[in-house]
Design a protein around this ligand. Structure first.
Ligand SMILES: C[S@@+](CC[C@H](N)C(=O)[O-])C[C@H]1O[C@@H](n2cnc3c(N)ncnc32)[C@H](O)[C@@H]1O
Length: 348
């Protein structure tokens, strides 16, 4: 896979220097090395790159002594534990718990909910950056219109995204959005769905990524809220349970998600399917969360686990988002059907 189209957009996440391809690495003008593995540039800063390579790609580290020396030199500055834990948590969710059959209709429905009035076609001929692209579900939609589509994610979800989408103009990069590996002003548009609230300081994260968009370009981010939101949505976040589950090992979180999914299956989804079969979809539609009733078990389990999995979760208010968007033009703060906030504007 050629990185020629991507290269002009990239920069070293530490120094901001330009990068060039050297064998299976990207190398900065000051000699910092970032491996390209399975078609994905691993542009994590050294504190996060070291643990990733040691755990997942030790052979690659052993084979590149210059890279190993660079990682060794960074070992004295360990990563923030919560960010390291976020990387590991989403490896599990995106890769090990991946959906068996791709629920593309659900990908479209979530895009429409998170980004109302902004169809993928609105990105035609633009260079677009997705912040926190996960398994690549929304990049796959926007990539159908964009001139260049780049998905950035902390986790190894980028590997799955890359394997599923090999279009020449679509790229996935592993990196930390707070130290983004891109040139300022490089992109025509940026969007992010359900990501910034999983970082230690969502407002600071927003400020870290918006300079990547040129003046006149669009920024549109969707984040969690609790105030002004629907009761069923607020309940689905299980905020009352999190103080307990946050301390659990992952296996216990998966077991808890399994038990909760089984309870919702018995209480809501089985009755919803029965009502559908009895020719009363109108009644089935009145049950909360009925949209998932006919989905496979793994789909439901994964989405339940998503509530318990992230080590960091913030809920933003309308006032928070108004503060973020100060200085943008054509600002919109949208309550997305009582299920979170979309904040949108044009870079001044
Ligand atoms: C709930 S998932 C959403 C993924 C995707 N936007 C979607 O809707 O399918 C949150 C994503 O944020 C990513 N993430 C969290 N912290 C990040 C960081 N500091 N830098 C980049 N990505 C991050 C996680 O790895 C995860 O894939």
């Amino acid at each position: 896979m050629s990185l020629d189209l991507l290269l002009p957009y990239l920069a070293c996440p530490v120094s901001g220097d330009p990068l060039r391809v050297e064998g299976a690495c990207l190398v900065s003008t000051r000699g910092a090395r970032y491996p390209i593995i399975d078609g994905v540039p691993r542009l994590l800063p050294p504190d996060l790159l070291g643990p990733l390579l040691r755990e997942a790609f030790p052979a690659r580290l052993a084979a590149d002594s210059a890279l190993a020396a660079q990682i060794e030199a960074a070992a004295s500055a360990p990563p923030e534990p919560e960010v390291q834990a976020t990387l590991t948590a989403y490896n599990l969710q995106h890769v090990e718990m991946a959906d068996e059959a791709l629920p593309v209709d659900d990908w479209r429905a979530t895009w429409d909910r998170f980004q109302p009035g902004l169809p993928p076609a609105a990105f035609a001929d633009q260079a677009v950056l997705e912040i926190g692209s996960g398994e690549g579900r929304h990049a796959s939609l926007v990539g159908g219109a964009a001139k260049l589509m780049v998905g950035l994610d902390l986790s190894r979800g980028v590997e799955l995204a890359r394997a599923r989408d090999d279009r020449r103009h679509v790229f996935f990069v592993q990196g930390d959005l707070r130290r983004p590996p891109f040139r300022p002003g490089a992109f025509d548009a940026l969007y992010s769905n359900g990501v910034l609230h999983h970082t230690p300081d969502p407002g600071a994260s927003f400020k870290a990524v918006t300079p990547l968009v040129r003046a006149g370009g669009r920024v549109s981010v969707w984040v969690y809220g609790l105030d002004e939101m629907r009761l069923s949505y607020r309940l689905s976040h299980l905020t009352w349970l999190r103080p307990l589950t946050n301390r659990m090992p992952k296996s216990a979180q998966v077991a808890t998600a399994w038990g909760l999914t089984a309870a919702v299956e018995a209480a809501l989804w089985t009755p919803a399917r029965a009502l559908d079969r009895l020719g009363r979809p109108d009644l089935a539609a009145r049950l909360p969360y009925h949209d998932a009733a006919a989905r496979p078990w793994r789909y439901k389990l994964r989405r339940m686990f998503d509530r318990l999995n992230p080590p960091i979760t913030h809920y933003l208010s309308r006032a928070d988002l108004e503060g973020w968007m100060a200085g943008f033009e054509a600002v919109e703060i949208l309550n997305t059907e009582g299920q979170g906030w979309c904040a949108r504007g044009v870079v001044a």
